[in-house]
Write a protein that binds this ligand. Structure first.
Ligand code: NCD
Ligand code: ZN
Length: 375
């Protein structure tokens, strides 16, 4: 057994589903899954029901998370057609703003220039007043994070440049996107980006085998797109999972007759590190690449506070088959079930307390902190 000690990781893109979809996941099960994956901070997305679009909704979600979470949680606010930028008075209490400009699950899609212009201008004005948050300092606002595919990517890059707003591109999946982001970075656009494990390790070739369990937004891309992500890893700031649990029944598994439309999204918070360690085992990455993209960069980009006396211990040689029954996510499945993995999380210590060991979560509900919230 060869044990390595790493910092507690950050998963900067998860959907923990509270309020509204607790049957898929909740703050307890989602953060337990995070600890099992060596993740001690998660950033939770606003496409809940109701969406996290107003000061009241953010306060309500912070209370829900504070009562149940076993790791630290940052909360995104989201822009909607109906509420516009109602979140602005409490923007400092969110980890960042999320804008959906492409096809997604839920009701948060924005597709007019009118609203897009207002959202970027409003965020820039807020930053003029309170500044952008820096890691460890804790004051100011975070970046704008966008789900922007196809032509919406250059639209967002342009608005970011025009308003000097830090822009984070969620789940980049295609060659043309990563290559354009490289050019934007070279030209000084304040842009960063993330890639998910499923877009690094799966492609359209896996769709016949996975069926609805391989359906997410952005969709799985071609093997050439996957190769482009690996070729341009130096442009990839963050690995984040887009942990988006839906039940197997919703995916149409074991349901007759088969359903034409299923909600897109796959779980992933607890399999990210084992998959990345497996890639490291195969020589595709090293531990430094993982720490940079799952700890250093997300802390810098979102201005996350330090977690003192916090670390994880991984057995980097442990080889095993990933099974659905070992998972802590409420939905109990993974598109990577059946894969042979190398690297297992053995222990997690958060603020000096052993919170995960030998496959069991030891932390009490509510021991995780809600970052930036005014509770
Ligand atoms: C996400 C979900 O289910 O909330 N689904 C997905 O396929 N990624 C929504 C999203 O992040 O777009
Ligand atoms: Zn998402």
């Amino acid at each position: 057994m060869s044990v390595a000690q790493l910092p507690g990781l950050v998963d900067a893109h998860v959907h923990l589903r509270e309020p509204g979809y607790e049957y898929k996941e909740d703050f307890a099960t989602g953060t337990m899954a995070a600890l099992a994956g060596g993740v001690t901070t998660v950033l939770d997305m606003p496409n809940t029901n109701p969406p996290t679009a107003t000061p009241d909704r953010l306060a309500e979600k912070a209370r829900l998370a504070a009562a149940k979470a076993v790791c630290d949680v940052g909360l995104f606010v989201g822009a909607t057609h109906t509420e516009g930028d109602a979140y602005l008075p409490v923007a400092e209490q969110a980890c960042a703003l999320k804008i959906y400009v492409s096809d997604t699950f839920g009701s948060l899609r924005i597709d007019t220039l009118d609203l897009m212009h207002r959202l970027f201008r409003g965020w820039a004005e807020k930053a003029d007043a309170v500044g952008y948050r820096m890691a460890g300092v804790g004051e100011g606002i975070g970046p704008i994070t966008v789900h922007a595919e196809e032509l919406m990517l250059p639209v967002c890059l342009c608005l970011s440049q025009l308003y000097a707003v830090p822009l984070h591109i969620a789940h980049v999946s295609r060659r043309n996107e990563i290559e354009l982001i490289r050019v934007a970075k070279d030209r000084g656009v304040p842009v960063t980006c993330e890639v998910t494990p499923h877009h690094l390790f799966l492609s359209t070739d896996d769709l016949p085998r996975l069926g609805a369990c391989g359906d997410m937004r952005p969709r799985l891309a071609t093997p050439d797109d996957v190769a482009a992500l690996w070729e341009n890893l130096d442009v990839v700031d963050i690995f984040a999972t887009d942990h988006a649990p839906h039940t197997l029944a919703e995916k149409g598994i074991g349901v007759e007759p088969a359903r034409p439309a299923v909600p897109p999204g796959v779980p992933g918070v607890e399999t990210m590190l084992p998959l990345l360690l497996t890639a490291a085992h195969a020589g595709l990455l090293d531990l430094g690449d993982i720490i940079e993209r799952c700890y250093t960069a997300p802390r810098r980009i979102y201005g996350l506070p330090e977690q003192p006396d916090t670390w994880i211990e991984v057995d980097v040689d442990a080889g095993y088959e990933l099974t659905n029954s070992s998972l802590k996510t409420k939905v109990g499945w993974s598109p990577f079930a059946g894969w042979r993995l190398y690297g297992r999380v053995e222990r997690v210590v958060l603020r000096g307390a052993m919170v995960y060991a030998g496959g069991a979560v030891l932390a009490a509900p509510g021991s995780g902190r809600v970052l930036f919230a005014a509770l």
